[in-house]
Design a protein around this ligand. Structure first.
Ligand code: PLP
Length: 388
């Protein structure tokens, strides 16, 4: 039996998968089981931030796996301490809780926001405002937080206490604020929702309203964080730092990890016994994460990401079929004049290029280490299929 048949017989059909079996990868190129190569402009949905099997990263991960692969969070490990110290340093935060995914990081953020409010104001101040068209994860609670009706099916009852405000509509946001609100949660650039950056004035309003009423801000930087936009945090482009920041996707270079970061008033909220994760802060993932931070935590590296983002945009804007570009840095949304993004993603794959989609756009989240040569090669393939 071939891999695809075996897979479909035994793995739940939760994804519409392309008929392609990935076998290996090196740098920015993936290779399938037939030896066909693909330039990767998707990096495993923004996870393989240093590309495939970066040698320094792989060495650190292998060394850690041979030293100690895991231990209970009832004990300390040096590598988790080192990673936490570096991560809080580069993000300008104080404390971190480690989970294993973006959804878990957001669950942690939601728990912190509600407990902060409970500790200070008592019961009844539990509402979290999120934005229409957001995406925050696949657990029951993060689905509730996700401002898209398509996700609010089948799994009733959903977690209560989420109210949706329209992105970039300050009046709508203000109208949703009442005494039950403890937090506003948002993506600076909505990723799954179509690579749409929030407007500066709207972000300013979120922080202004929040400060007035001791409402917490939660920035979901699961997709935008860890250098993706040319700054370590997308919030740095807007000049704001949320009370609670969540990271995942690219944080450990392709190993499962999520982080929920706090500074100031939220850092002492979660106390012994109030939260936990068996695998959270796993030493191997932390060792991989440290190598990611060596690069993405460096200002020269980030400047290079920004430059590559600008280069991408310049080249993409020359393609006649492209009607618009969105996002910041190496988080790129491409609007098309006449063609369908899903069809183009399929055609790209057939021609040796991996891209993602988000709503009606092609979405690119290339490895942060991508070279100019690979950008040129990939864009050539994209330009070709878009001109057909
Ligand atoms: C991908 C994503 C999530 C969910 O992350 P998982 O690791 O799949 O749980 C949450 N928020 C945003 C903004 C994301 O892009």
């Amino acid at each position: 039996m071939g891999t695809i048949e075996k897979f479909n017989e035994h793995v739940m059909g939760t994804y519409g998968r392309y008929p392609l079996v990935m076998e290996s990868g090196s740098g920015e190129t993936a290779t399938d089981e037939n030896g066909k190569k693909y330039i990767d402009f998707g990096s495993g949905i923004g996870t393989n931030s240093l590309g495939y099997c970066n040698s320094e990263w792989a060495d650190a991960v292998c060394e850690q796996v041979r030293k100690i692969q895991h231990t209970s969070n009832y004990y300390y490990t040096k590598v988790q301490a080192d990673f936490a110290a570096k991560l809080t340093e580069v993000t300008g935060t104080e404390k971190v809780f480690f989970g294993n995914s973006g959804a878990e990081a957001n669950e942690c953020a939601i728990k912190i926001a509600r407990k902060y409010s409970f500790d200070k104001y008592g019961k009844g101040r539990q509402t979290i405002i999120t934005l229409v068209n957001s995406f925050h994860g696949r657990t029951i609670t993060t689905l509730s937080a996700t401002g898209q009706d398509v996700f609010h099916n089948y799994f009733f009852p959903f977690t209560e206490g989420f109210v949706f405000a329209e992105a970039n509509n300050i009046d709508d946001l203000r109208s949703k604020i009442d005494d039950s609100v403890c937090a506003v949660m948002f993506e600076y650039i909505q990723g799954e929702g179509g690579v749409n950056a929030l407007e500066q004035s709207f972000v300013d309003a979120i922080f202004e309203i929040a400060a007035e009423k001791d409402i917490l801000t939660i920035s979901d930087e699961v997709q935008t964080g860890v250098g993706r936009t040319g700054k370590f945090l997308a919030g740095d482009h807007f000049g704001h730092k949320a009370d609670i920041i969540t990271l995942a996707k690219g944080i450990a270079g392709g190993l499962p990890m999520g982080a929920c970061l706090t500074g100031g008033k939220c850092s002492g909220v979660l106390t012994s016994g109030t939260h936990g994760s068996t695998f959270g802060g796993n030493p191997v993932c932390c060792a991989g994460g440290l190598k990611v931070l060596d690069k993405a935590g460096d200002s020269d590296f980030l400047a290079e990401v920004a430059k590559k983002g600008a280069y991408f945009r310049e080249k993409l804007s020359e393609i006649p079929e492209v009607s618009g570009l969105s996002g910041i840095g190496l988080m790129i949304g491409i609007s098309l004049k006449t063609k369908k993004a899903a069809d183009m993603a399929k055609a790209a794959l057939e021609n040796g290029l991996l891209v993602l989609t988000a709503k009606d756009k092609i979405r690119l989240l290339p490895p942060l280490t991508i070279t100019y040569g690979e950008i040129d090669d990939g864009i050539k393939i994209l330009a070709d299929i878009l001109s057909k």
